[in-house]
Design a protein around this ligand. Sequence first.
Ligand code: SF4
Length: 343
Amino acid sequence: MPEPTHHGEPLLEVKNLVKHFPIRRGFLRRVVGYVRAVDGVSFHVMEGETLGLVGESGCGKTTAGRSILRAIQPTSGEVWFRDPVLGRVDVTKLGRDQLRQVWRNMRVIFQDPYASLSPRMTLLDIVGAPLRAMGLAKGKELEDRVAEMLELVGLRPEYMRRYPHAFSGGQRQRIGLARALAPNPKFVICDEPVSALDVSVQAQILNLLEDLQEKMGLTYLFVAHDLSVVAHISDRVAVMYVGKIVEMAPTAELFLSPRHPYTEALMSAIPRPDPRPREKRILLTGEVANPANPPSGCYFHPRCAYVQDVCAKEEPPLEEISPGHWVKCHLARELQLTGAVQV
Ligand code: SF4
């Protein structure tokens, strides 16, 4: 299991996190199998760090984020969080009151700024909602805090009496950010926060997230399907495939020398401004493996360009092949893989 490699204490430690959803059939709704959405995931995030969590749609990254927050109850595993009031606690074991305290410091930003904002609430109501619900502010104090948050995310405080429909997609994501950050949290799960936005607006929101991280001392878990987006904001990146982490490394190292064939294939799909043809372009054939009925051995073997006999028979362990660089592949030490030239 990957242990913290930086100095100091991690803010978040996820140990062997599992989330299986039962599949029920028939009149008696008997359990006939399980969807292994998250299947033994371990990582840590240091204070002030951004860890990118990437993979194709359905790989379990969003379920992992929701399980960490306890928005859904994980099947098993531990989620250790250093809360400023409670100290170091396992979020999976907390009662309702303690969970409420932890949620003040663990917040989430959603993918779709259109769906996540109520059209019938003003910005004052939306951004002020967590402050009111957590008993952190009311009246004039609450208005002042909302004004401060709007300014911090680049919106005018006088907009607070307006409704979300008056704003563009990028502005709505700023409203979502103001709402998430209003209680002054320590840790934020950014769940595909720019996927629904135009490319030009994506860069603005990513820059804003970086500014806010510095100003507010935030720590991020940045969940995305797009490696190029993750590259710009993450200190380290973990790549997920069918509920498991298959590679994890500091961002520059991962992009320059990936050691897992799945990471290489994801990188080969990143568009490049360089018009020269690539030496190698890897097309990922076939679908992502079914987490209700995963393949034997290495889950990636039906799609892997380097597959060997052993790959279908034995599941490779997640091994540290150089300091802080973890890979789950039988051939991790032998393959010469191609990274992304530019990140
Ligand atoms: Fe490919 Fe085998 Fe490595 Fe899996 S273990 S990624 S199939 S080479």
